[in-house]
Design a protein around this ligand. Structure first.
Ligand SMILES: [Zn+2]
Length: 389
């Protein structure tokens, strides 16, 4: 097997840490005992094969469907101001995406394998789906840059809310309220108008300590996450496992590209390391019970569906759920929509939705969707926009 897929972009640049810029050399480095502080960075691309819908694709994406459902604008479902008025669409979506419905991919298990081998220093993920946790990666090793469903709290008094209670509400399709102040409860996913978690910024100092950086399934087009790979030392090998080259990875001396499907990429790397059996064993342990309705996207399903079919099913069901929810609150919704339209110059849409970067893409961005994000403004800039209104 050749290494053409991992060929460096500029072959004239000689490696400094690796012996050569190939998957074999990365495997040799991993087995050398030298790397012990691996930083992994992940995005939506590692979860698409789990059946998590692509939230950006204009054809099959969720936004296109949400927009059809008479929301004032599709991304309102993740806008904190809209949520205060109308938590129902978000909770319809949460019901669909709530952890436990999707099986981790073998790529998630690869991160767990690194942890088991004592090599993982920290995982930075843009995903909110908690599949790294479900694969067994401990929470203290994970920085969920855009938050996740792992915790929830009152949006007013910030009091933490019990996981069992929110789970019951989500299953019952009811809206949870704070036990203390009766405010709305929301999973700690970063919405528009909210800051990224403090630990995201506090953990960035670890990047300069890393002795290997593995970047998987991300377009690296959303700041501030996209800057992380530039914070590792130049002598630290950076491995990109992704559908396409992104973020100028490949231009440094020890950058190695493994282009293609993430699951194929980690299998290839694991095989070269002699870890493939361990990896497959770990992944087998993530099977959902009986390949039941919960087993979307998992190979345990009796009649495997194509990715497109899975996505279509997901979106059809989600659309139906949201439709039902919106129908219930239609009258109220229309009232607010009129208010929204009449005061559109002050609506967050103007500040956030039309501002393509830092918009909802900070929560859901498909690895395959890149190039539309022209600017790299930070969340704090968005906040300024809002304050200015
Ligand atoms: Zn409260």
């Amino acid at each position: 097997m050749g290494n053409e897929e991992s060929a460096p972009i500029d072959e004239s640049i000689a490696p400094e840490t690796l012996t050569e810029r190939t998957v074999d050399a990365v495997a040799a480095y991993l087995n050398s005992g030298i790397p012990s502080k691996i930083i992994v960075m992940t995005g939506a691309g590692i979860s698409t094969s789990a059946g998590i819908p692509d939230f950006r694709s204009p054809d099959t994406g969720l936004y296109a469907n949400l927009a059809r459902l008479n929301l004032p604008y599709a991304e309102a479902v993740f806008d904190i101001d809209y949520f205060r008025q109308h938590p129902e669409p978000f909770y319809a979506l949460a019901q669909e995406l709530y952890p436990g419905k999707f099986r981790p991919t073998i790529t998630h298990s690869f991160i767990k394998l690194l942890h088991d081998k004592g090599l993982l220093m920290k995982l930075f993920t843009q995903n909110i789906d908690c599949l790294e946790r479900e694969a067994g990666v401990p929470g203290d090793k994970i920085i969920e840059a855009h938050g996740s469903f792992a915790r929830q709290s009152c949006i007013e008094c910030k009091t933490a809310y019990p996981a069992t209670d929110i789970k019951a509400h989500i299953e019952a399709k009811t809206i949870p309220h704070c036990h203390d102040c009766k405010g709305l409860v929301k999973p700690d996913i970063v919405f528009f108008g909210e800051q990224l978690p403090r630990e995201f910024f506090e953990s960035q100092s670890l990047l300069s300590e890393a002795d290997l950086c593995i970047i998987m399934g991300t377009s690296l087009s959303v700041q501030p996450f996209a800057s992380l790979p530039h914070m590792v030392k130049r002598s630290t090998p950076r491995i990109l496992i992704n559908k396409e080259r992104v973020g100028q990875i490949g231009s440094d001396p020890d950058d190695v590209l493994i282009l293609g499907d993430c699951d194929d990429g980690v299998r290839k790397l694991a095989e070269k390391c002699g870890w493939l059996d361990d990896l497959e064993t770990l992944w087998a342990q993530t099977s959902l019970p009986n390949g039941s309705a919960l087993g979307k996207g998992a190979p345990v399903a009796a009649a495997p569906k194509t990715k497109d079919e899975i996505l279509e099913d997901e979106i059809a069901k989600l659309t139906q759920d949201i439709d039902e929810t919106l129908t219930l609150s239609k009258r109220h919704d229309e009232t607010v929509r009129k208010e929204t339209l009449s005061s559109s110059h002050t609506h967050p849409r103007n500040a956030v939705y039309e501002n393509k970067d830092g918009n909802l893409s900070h929560v859901f961005l498909s690895a395959s969707q890149d190039g539309n994000v022209s600017d790299k403004r930070q969340v704090k800039d968005l906040k300024k926009d809002k304050e200015r209104d």
